[in-house]
Design a protein around this ligand. Structure first.
Ligand code: CMC
Length: 436
């Protein structure tokens, strides 16, 4: 980051001396005011719940322009990556900063595929869960559990440990997600097959059984790969910030990523794809397209507590570029499977049309986000709704680990320690129990 020519001056109405604050410029995007010395200079903190105006870090990985609806991974537009690259190339880009050439791609793919199996002992760990446990509960446990299995890659301060942990996490997530699925179905686990693509191998581990091989359909394989690319990173969102904060204590990478999985689970974040599909199914059950108007009235009524899931975003105040790509993929997948008349897809299109014309949504700049269509695609592929967020976690793992490793390598990195505005009781004395 570069010091800007101007500085910010903070003045106070009570006559306290004003303070000058340095301003820094990034390569693109808004400048930042450096408030690190503010407390020392004024005895005051800043107050910004939800980080609406706070850059918690510098980063060179992902850039979003929410007004333009632009998403860049290491400078490359998501639209170009989704069309010209596969997920493992995208992983290489996020982790190392450059798209691999052929030799680098071969080497990276071979390193990842060599780590797809998990310690055989993991299945006994998995067996401790109830079969009807939510896959995200299981995944939080399994990812955290990896730190108990791979002791040779838990030192976050050792670059070799960080590298091997990154490869292991990317390689093993599909295996863990499919194991969680097979366990919930009461079916035997299917071991990875390293001659398949990353997405193809995952589909086979999900849908093959020991008595029936699964033939990977290239259209569905490409669709899943695209879902992975679109979810791979999204700068300092809630789960990524969680991973950074957790990792800032020096904990091991598996523990930090498990914290990210836990955060992602929430319906305002990664859980929105599951919530979105449940919402569509609910409307469908209660009258379908004919009831869309009624549902939208509820969404607009602040007292109803109903939200249009898959709509709105903290950063995008324009169409989420990932949603456009996802809609395209959705069309391809439904056509391939002969499901063009899928009622949920029609319902989603109808909801989108109404929302894009309705003043409530237009005035608040609420547009479809990536989750609006990704659920329909996953459902068409055969992935159960309860597993959607686990697929998101699988894809986001590379982003989390790239951001974690970037933080550790940042000379300005410190343990994260937010401050507070205290509004509780002032000092008081404990009374004997008879007098309370
Ligand atoms: N349906 C109805 N109203 C909405 C919605 C929605 N989906 N999203 C925002 N609003 C309203 C909100 O009530 C508020 O209205 P008002 O100004 O009258 O009080 C206004 O729009 C601004 O919303 P906000 O809650 O201040 O915005 P935020 O930045 O805090 O929240 C959000 C962003 C994503 C949590 C929210 O839009 C939401 O809950 N959307 C539905 C869940 C969803 O689809 N999440 C996935 C996000 S993309 C995937 C990911 O990155 O994890």
């Amino acid at each position: 980051m570069k010091l800007a020519d101007n500085k910010a001056t903070l003045s106070f109405s009570n006559g306290s001396p004003s303070v000058d604050l340095p301003v820094y410029q990034g390569s693109i995007g808004p400048d930042v005011i450096d408030i690190r010395k503010l407390y020392a200079q004024t005895g005051m903190f800043t107050y910004d719940p939800g980080f609406l105006s706070t850059a918690a870090t510098q980063s060179a990985i992902t850039y979003i322009d929410g007004d333009k609806g632009e998403l860049l991974y290491r400078g490359y537009p998501i639209e170009q990556l989704a069309v010209n690259c596969d997920f493992l190339e995208t992983c290489h880009l996020l982790l190392y900063g450059n798209l691999p050439n052929e030799a680098q791609k071969k080497d990276f793919t071979s390193r990842v595929t060599n780590h797809t199996m998990v310690n055989e002992q993991m299945q006994f760990f998995l067996r401790g869960f109830r079969r009807d446990a939510h896959p995200m509960a299981v995944l939080t446990g399994l990812v955290g559990g990896l730190s108990a299995f791979y002791h040779d890659s838990t030192d976050i301060n050792n670059p070799e440990h960080r590298e091997i942990a990154a490869i292991r996490l990317i390689a093993k997530m599909p295996t863990l997600v499919s194991m969680a699925y097979k366990y919930s179905m009461g079916q035997p686990y299917i071991y990875p097959r390293n001659d398949l693509s990353y997405a193809g191998n995952f589909m086979r581990m999900m849908f093959a059984t020991p008595c029936e091989e699964y033939k990977v359909n290239p259209v569905l394989e490409r669709a899943l790969d695209r879902i992975f690319i679109l979810h791979a990173d999204h700068e300092q969102n809630a789960s990524t910030s969680t991973v950074r904060l957790c990792g800032s204590s020096g904990t091991n990478p598996f523990a930090a990523i498990a914290a990210g999985v836990a955060c992602l689970w929430g319906p305002a974040h990664g859980g929105a794809n599951e919530a979105c599909l449940n919402m569509l199914e609910d409307i469908q059950r209660n009258g379908g397209v004919a009831k869309v108007g009624e549902f939208m009235e509820k969404v607009k009524d602040k007292n109803s507590g109903v939200k249009l899931m898959g709509f709105g975003h903290r950063v995008y105040k324009n169409y989420d570029p990932r949603a456009k790509l996802m809609q395209e993929t959705c069309n391809e997948v439904l056509q391939e499977l002969g499901l063009e008349n899928d009622p949920l897809f029609k319902l989603a299109k109808q909801l989108e049309k109404i929302a894009l014309e309705d003043d409530y949504f237009v005035s608040r700049k609420l547009y479809p986000n990536v989750d609006f269509y990704s659920g329909i695609v996953q459902r068409a592929i055969g992935i159960p709704v309860s597993l959607f967020t686990a697929i998101f976690a699988l894809a986001r793992t590379v982003g989390w680990i790239a951001q974690l490793n970037e933080m550790i390598g940042d000379p300005e990195y410190k343990i994260g320690r937010p401050r507070q505005l205290f509004t509780g009781a002032e000092r008081r004395d404990v009374l004997p129990i008879s007098k309370r």
